[in-house]
Design a protein around this ligand. Structure first.
Ligand code: GRG
Length: 305
């Protein structure tokens, strides 16, 4: 199977698992157990029918390093994707990034309204933790607990929410805006990096890996998250909205300091190459077993959407 086929296979498996988790198959939910239809529709819009499912891919492939079959990693993969989809639905709101298009479709608040988009995000965040608490995720409660606390840290104030807060403060309270490379790297390692890092570590948690292997996946996830962000900044600077599936040139229009605005495009591309190689190097411990994750680093560095 080629890398693209593998990515597509896990995308399809994730999509199916998300469908059952977020209650899109409403025929199974009757009477008082059935959530309000409008909320279900908005959650479905936020979650299904789009997205690369890259974080689920990282969970499944990092778990595979420890011999876990993909079906045993899919609930964890889908839970992390629920958190990602919630973050996008909230980030697109008028009070945050105010976007109308996501994944080539109207954003949740555009397709429904603001309060429904807020509640759909809240619902997805809750579904993620409900999912990780279930015995199907892993038979050992301590493994489930580690996944729950790890995801909470990655998504929370010292992770994604914290990064989003720093980003919005920078935009709305310009005196606090990050200006140095170090400050921007810190913001992005929280906002985008924390969840990508955790997706890589989740495979090691599920696989009950030794500390050395876990640390290697942490390093890989860190470099991969940074590569993802540099590629995203380059796409914003150079990409075309139809291919990227969302508005572009937003950073420059907002006068936002990014790695690209600070370093320039050429230096950012050189840095992307360096970080891509650092991600690959972090996997040395796993030898040939890490071939797919190595390809994932190349995929991130060369993505066009
Ligand atoms: C609202 C708490 C809160 C957080 C929002 C992740 C995030 C934080 C906002 C998204 C803003 C953004 C465009 C960040 C750049 C990197 C990024 C996360 C892009 C979107 O992820 P992809 O490319 O999207 O994996 P798909 O659609 O493929 O799932």
């Amino acid at each position: 199977m080629t890398f693209a086929q593998r990515l597509d296979r896990i995308r399809g498996l994730t999509e199916a698992r998300l469908g059952s988790l977020v209650g899109a198959k409403t025929e199974r939910r009757e009477g008082h157990d059935r959530p309000p239809q409008r909320l279900l529709d908005a959650v479905g819009h936020a979650t299904l029918g789009g997205g690369k499912r890259f974080r689920p891919f990282l969970v499944v492939e990092s778990a595979a390093l420890f011999g876990l079959p993909e079906r045993e990693a899919l609930d964890t993969a889908a839970a992390i994707e629920c958190v990602h989809c919630y973050s996008l639905a909230h980030d697109d709101l008028p009070a945050m990034d105010n976007d109308a298009v996501r994944r080539g479709l109207p954003t949740v608040w555009k397709a429904f309204d603001e309060w429904t988009a807020i509640l759909a995000g809240d619902a997805l965040l809750t579904v993620a933790f409900e999912t990780l608490s279930k015995p199907e995720v892993h038979p050992r409660p301590e493994v489930r607990l580690e996944l729950i606390s790890g995801l909470a840290r990655a998504a929370g104030m010292a992770g994604m929410v914290g990064g989003q807060a720093l980003d919005l403060e920078a935009e709305r309270l310009p005196r606090t805006a990050p200006t140095t490379l170090e400050e921007i790297l810190h913001l992005q390692s929280l906002k985008t990096g924390a969840l990508i890092r955790f997706a890589c570590e989740a495979g090691a948690i599920l696989g009950q890996a030794e500390p050395e292997a876990r640390a290697a996946l942490h390093r890989y996830g860190k470099e991969l998250g940074l590569a993802f962000q540099i590629a995203d900044d380059l796409l914003d600077a150079e990409g075309d909205a139809a291919t990227v599936g969302k508005a572009v040139s937003k950073d420059a229009a907002a006068g936002k300091a990014t790695l690209v605005s600070l370093m320039g495009r050429d230096a950012a591309r050189t840095e992307l190459k360096r970080v891509e190689q650092a991600a690959v190097d972090a996997l040395r411990l796993f030898g040939a077993r890490a071939a797919t994750l190595i390809e994932a680093a190349h995929f991130v560095a060369s993505r066009n959407r």
